[in-house]
Design a protein around this ligand. Sequence first.
Ligand code: ZN
Length: 83
Amino acid sequence: MKVCKICGKIIDADSRAKKYCSPECRARAKYLKDRAWLAEHPEKSAQYGRKYYQTHREDCLKAKHEAYRKACMERFNGESEST
Ligand SMILES: [Zn+2]
């Protein structure tokens, strides 16, 4: 009898799945494995962070730009009100 390694559910004897009962459990297992691996390799974790920033750079810059523009507008409005 096979049992899912994640949730402990019994896997159908004629199911092709070997270790996990569902795609969700397989994804969960992969996630846990990746996380454990990253915990053991903190320097790789930093690299992944950089990679994330590179792929989402546009969004990061846009968000920063928006915040900057807003701050400028607020300052400008504040100044025009005081004069
Ligand atoms: Zn499961």
